[in-house]
Design a binder for this molecule. Sequence first.
Ligand code: ADP
Ligand code: MG
Length: 287
Amino acid sequence: SVPLSFFGGIGGASKNGILVKGGNYLEVLANAETVVFDKTGTLTRGVFNVTAIHPDTCSEAQLLEVAALAENYSDHPISRSLKEAYGAQIDPARVTDVEELSGRGVRVKVDGRLVCVGNDKLMDEIGVKWHPCHRVGTTVHVALDGAYAGHIVISDEVKPDAAAAIQALKAEGVRKTVMLTGDAKAVGEGVAKELGLDEVYTQLLPADKVEQVERLLAQKSAKGKLAFVGDGINDAPVLSRADIGIAMGAMGSDAAIEAADVVLMDDQPSKIAEAIRIARKTLRIVR
Ligand code: ADP
Ligand code: MG
């Protein structure tokens, strides 16, 4: 039978904005050995600032407009940020044939013209030669009717509590902290170094993230558990593959909240170590 302290533990966690979807997850949390993070919206704010606009075939304003229109239907943090930078109302009738390509970008029609907005992988996939960008940040390429139109450089910031969150996990005895990201190598490795993560893997598609989680599951000890923490945009498969899936509840997607076992209501990564602490206290596990 389930000891009463389980419910006390879940209640104590929820007072701190940590929703645990069942008593057995306390046991998993208490034995967390590997903690794997998504980057955008999880360790970083997920709010990008446009730092440069490099058009090839049009004006800066036109490049930003076509990118923002193409992103009209996407909920990805990059999409939200480009629309914010554009600032003007978008007539949805101008945007048709919308395809969201997870881990790569979007492919749509704007005023009947084919527009692709996304990363190097997407450009390679559609056979468009892109220009390498030497600036620090995430490069968003734009292709118009199959021709390169230019790129926009955007940058995100790590969350204020992210570095302390990683330190707190180590203090709780978590052996390995890992970041998996679809973003570029330079960006991912920069964030990982800044936060003191043990391992980082970049340029991953959602399926590659599942593969990495499976590899990490095979590496850990038999008793130790693996937690995956994500904001949800295309994270549902990894959230359910991990021993325990933790989702950011405020900015995160409904699909992630659904797929997750634990939801952090205020999106603060420092709540993970706190959840582990509460779980151990509840189960009276002393390390
Ligand atoms: P992360 O792993 O950091 O959470 P995602 O898997 O959501 O990132 O996306 C990986 C990469 O795919 C982004 O860094 C970006 O280059 C590209 N991308 C994804 N969605 C979009 C979009 N809507 N618009 C432009 N680029 C996108
Ligand atoms: Mg993501």
